[in-house]
Design a protein around this ligand. Structure first.
Ligand code: F6P
Length: 508
């Protein structure tokens, strides 16, 4: 008889937890069973990513029970709905069609996305060819999902001679915008205003100031220098952007899943169209894998099994991600929004209180983090599953020693966390048995980058489905916005602490 979701969870809680060392000793095929390559191609060139989950406590039995859980929670059905463009965000009555932007999804949505992408390709081409005059700089203004993806992609992929120098500005703190102004020549600068809603206060205020900067610097048609990236083109027109300068995307694309839409415009501007398309193609390959692979062989789903084992069963409150690649230094920031805004919920889809949901995502870059936070990972009291991400090929052209040391350190940390080292001196004792996963990219380029990001999107979705929460809404961010508006408007009284702060700032 089929078990319910709750029964399947119950069963998982009954598992004994052998140590990682024991798991390796008991099963000589453990590495083969728990690591897999995702094969990718770029043109005729083969590339890929190795996902090694063998240093987690997943076992054959545990995987079977998680597969049963997936079945009981209707994972297949939800996944089908996701790719069919059906409503998977019931609180807002929306589909979540980010994969359609990569060519995998409902036919009509893929066609619509193709048409919008073609419009963007023509715009990018025209700008590169000089149809809009000389463009040396692009200030991309957006926040949250309208900034984190572009910032990550540009930082990762546009390091060597970007076609156009891109600055991503998100913070309302004018210091951020001023920093971009300092680096750009107004005579050769375009502004991209990226906002799904085209109403976000930070973005609209920054955009206004950027226009003023252009005008004050003697640029005659400053609004002519604006490209709007939005799902609300009518709002962009109202704001003053010429219709021909608007690159729209579909309402069914969520902000934190929008890198692949026109929100990726600065990426295409910086790296060129071919590389932007390669990002989409790498992501599409993961879409197909996620859509067509069942059970433990499905890599994002398998990762979600481990995530949930630690967060729900073992009580891990955080998960850490360390990119042993300077080009991915912004990945933890990106993943924080993806995972915490998606799965930081405390009610089920039906609105009932739920067991713990998303852990706090945090992390940094290796090897820097080793000399800052790894003490706690090795000897602290928290259980923190760690992901290591690295590239076999170096991103630099210096002496090969740099990359070799980087990579060896990455592997050493996973090995040390697992093995530990006993000592009679408690201060020098390493308990070990601390889980980690390693994602090893053949070569970090546009294709593998796209695949890496899409892997995390689907992992986040899989986590949500097994927890029976909605990963596609974000009502939690609204209350703060509302109160900020009220405080700004004045005339209302707040709690004594807030009142005292307002007074100290000379506001009331
Ligand atoms: O405040 C949260 C949020 O709505 C995010 O989900 C979104 O990515 C960000 O604000 C920016 O929104 P917009 O693209 O509409 O400006």
């Amino acid at each position: 008889m089929a078990v319910t979701c709750n029964e399947a969870w119950e069963k998982i809680t009954l598992h004994q937890d052998p140590s990682l060392k024991e798991l390796f000793a008991d099963d000589p095929e453990r590495v083969e069973k728990l690591s897999a390559r995702l094969e990718l191609t770029r043109g005729d060139v083969a590339t890929g990513i190795l996902f090694d989950w063998s240093k987690t406590h997943l076992t054959d039995d545990l995987l079977s029970d998680f597969e049963e859980l997936a079945l009981a929670c209707g994972f297949d059905d939800m996944r089908e709905k996701l790719f069919a463009g059906e409503v998977v965000n019931p609180t807002e009555g929306r589909a979540a069609e980010h994969s359609a932007l990569r060519g995998v999804g409902k036919e009509s949505s893929v066609e619509e996305a193709d048409a919008l992408r073609e419009r963007m390709r023509l715009m990018v081409g025209a700008m590169h060819e000089g149809a809009f005059g000389e463009i040396k700089h692009l200030i991309h203004i957006g926040i949250g999902g309208s900034a984190l993806g572009p910032a990550l992609a540009v930082d990762a992929l546009a390091r060597d001679l970007p076609v156009v120098d891109v600055h991503v500005v998100s913070n309302i703190d004018g210091v951020a915008l001023e920093e971009a102004f300092e680096a750009c020549d107004p005579a050769t600068t375009f502004i991209a205003v990226a906002s799904k809603t085209f109403t976000t206060i930070e973005t609209m205020t920054n955009a206004q100031s950027a226009l003023k900067w252009l005008a004050d610097s003697g640029v005659e048609d400053s609004t002519g220098r604006v490209i709007a990236l939005t799902a609300a083109p009518e709002k962009a027109v109202e704001w003053g952007v010429d219709e021909t300068r608007i690159l729209p995307f579909a309402e069914s694309v969520g902000g934190r899943y929008s890198l692949w839409s026109s929100i990726g415009f600065p990426v295409a501007i910086a790296v060129g169209w071919e590389d932007f398309q390669a990002i989409l193609d790498g992501a599409a390959r993961v879409d197909e894998h996620f859509r067509d692979t069942d059970g433990r062989k499905n890599l994002p789903l398998r990762a979600a099994f481990a995530d949930l084992y630690y967060s729900r069963i073992k009580g891990a409150q955080t998960r850490a991600v360390f990119a042993y690649d300077e080009r991915l230094r912004l990945l933890p920031d990106y993943l924080q929004q993806l995972e915490m805004e998606s799965n930081g919920k405390s009610v089920t889809v039906e609105g009932h209180p739920t067991e713990p949901t998303a852990p706090i995502t945090w992390g940094g870059v290796g090897t820097d983090a080793q000399h800052a936070v790894f003490q706690l990972l090795h000897q602290g009291t928290h259980l923190i599953p760690v992901d290591f991400i690295a590239s076999v090929e170096a991103g630099d052209t210096l002496d090969a020693a740099h990359h070799h040391i980087l990579l060896m350190n990455c592997f050493a940390q996973g090995a040390a966390l697992m093995a530990g080292k006993s000592s009679d001196d408690p201060h020098r004792n390493y308990p070990g048995d601390r889980p980690s996963a390693t994602i090893l990219v053949d070569d970090l380029d546009a294709t593998t980058f796209g695949a890496l990001v899409a892997f995390h999107e689907h992992r986040t979705f899989a986590n949500a489905v097994l927890m029976n929460i909605n990963p596609f809404d974000q009502f939690g961010v609204e209350l703060g916005k509302e109160i900020a508006k009220k405080i700004e408007a004045g005339g209302e009284r707040f709690d004594p602490s807030t009142e005292a702060l307002l007074k100290a700032a000379g506001v009331s």
